[in-house]
Design a protein around this ligand. Structure first.
Ligand code: KG4
Ligand code: ZN
Length: 345
């Protein structure tokens, strides 16, 4: 089953052709250099960039995969959540192609894409499993019961994990996006140099929440540490980056393992940009090996935004007979629990 998928929810213009959990082609054109000068994504600039690139990206994806329109079974695009103007570019292209070539159309929830990205490295994976979804906008522990049926068991109370990486990188003046830069610099630092707060979420009974996370206190602690070290002289950036990264990895690992054990889910699939983080990968692998749990990650290049993961999610729905109406519109926000509203079957 060959799906042509488009992803334009934020600052990546991506098109892929996916066939039975295999990537036939994947074009990812990053706008990062364009947005870098502003220190973050500028929505209007993102939409214009998508518009300039989308047609070439579609042509390239077809060319590399060496498929004709007759061989494509369905056309999919990210429909929610994301920047409305950016989403509109991908959705409009997908719907137009679906009409032109008389193919079924599927609007895909971006987070379902991140959940199913692991299928690209582990094609035999099937629900149920626990998804640790860690991106720039989300940090959630999701019980994937079956395609389209999800229960969020834990989440961040404030900043998402990727957002915390980006904010800490900004205050260390390392540039944007912060995650990959901190990951690289941390390799030269000592992760035990500074003790930072893991950000427990307190409960009224005096205990703390077992699955929820909070990263804003950690970010503030790094800010105070930097201010204090600045007064004393030089700021050991690599040590701070390594200590911060290790704290995030430890916090996420503890909550994920506790949740997996409590719910009897012995497979954990990680997804989202922060799934590329080396400390998180190592920490989860070690903890899972000790407890006889299986942890799976997408291939590195499919952790951050891409269209192959959207193709994977679309294929799951399409195989169940789900398709979207051509009248359906983009949504800047949509809870994962509402995902079936995107389909008529
Ligand atoms: O999944 P993604 O590409 O976009 C969203 O859907 O949000 O995630 C982007 C986030 C950014 O915050 C970026 O800093 C972070 O993922 N990220 C990383 C790494 N690579 C990307 N964070 C930590 N370590 C990395 N190696
Ligand atoms: Zn994403």
């Amino acid at each position: 089953m060959a799906i042509l998928a488009i992803e334009t929810s934020c600052d990546e213009t991506a098109v892929a052709i996916v066939n039975n959990r295999q990537v036939c082609s994947s074009i990812i054109s990053s706008q990062i250099p364009v947005h870098q000068q502003y220190g973050g994504v500028v929505p209007e600039v993102a939409s214009r960039q998508h518009l300039e690139i989308i047609n070439d990206a579609i042509a390239q994806a077809l060319d590399i995969a060496q498929v004709t329109w007759e061989q494509i079974d369905a056309i999919a695009a990210t429909i929610a959540p994301g920047l409305v103007g950016a989403l509109l570019v991908g959705i409009t292209a997908a719907k137009t192609l679906a009409m032109l070539h008389n193919k079924p159309f599927l609007g895909v929830h971006h987070l379902e894409g991140h959940i199913y990205a692991t299928y690209l490295s582990e094609p035999s994976l099937e629900p149920p499993f626990l998804s640790l979804l860690v991106s720039g906008g989300h940090t959630s522990l999701i019980h994937v019961k079956e395609c389209g049926v999800y229960e969020t068991l834990g989440q961040t109370r404030d900043d998402a994990a990727g957002e915390a990486f980006d904010k800490v990188a900004r205050l260390l003046q390392l540039g944007y996006p912060g995650g990959p830069i901190i990951d690289r610099i941390a390799k030269e630092g000592n992760s035990q140099a500074f003790s930072l707060p893991e950000g427990r979420v307190s409960l009224p009974n005096g205990g703390y929440h077992r699955y929820d996370a909070s990263f804003s206190g950690l970010k503030t602690a790094v800010l105070r540490l930097v201010q204090q070290l600045e007064k004393q002289g030089e700021v050991p950036v690599a040590d701070i980056a390594a200590s911060f990264q290790q704290t995030v990895a430890r916090a996420l690992t503890k909550r994920t393992i506790t949740c997996a054990i409590d719910y009897g889910l012995n497979t954990i699939a990680v997804g989202g940009g922060v799934a590329a983080n080396s400390a998180l990968r190592e920490s989860l692998q070690t903890a899972c090996a000790e407890r006889n749990l299986r942890v799976l990650f997408p291939p590195l290049k499919f952790c951050t935004d891409n269209a192959a993961m959207i193709g994977c999610a679309a294929a799951e729905h399409f195989s169940l007979g789900h398709t979207s109406a051509l009248t359906i519109g983009v949504q800047s926000r949509l809870a994962l629990g509402q995902v079936m509203k995107l389909y008529e079957s």
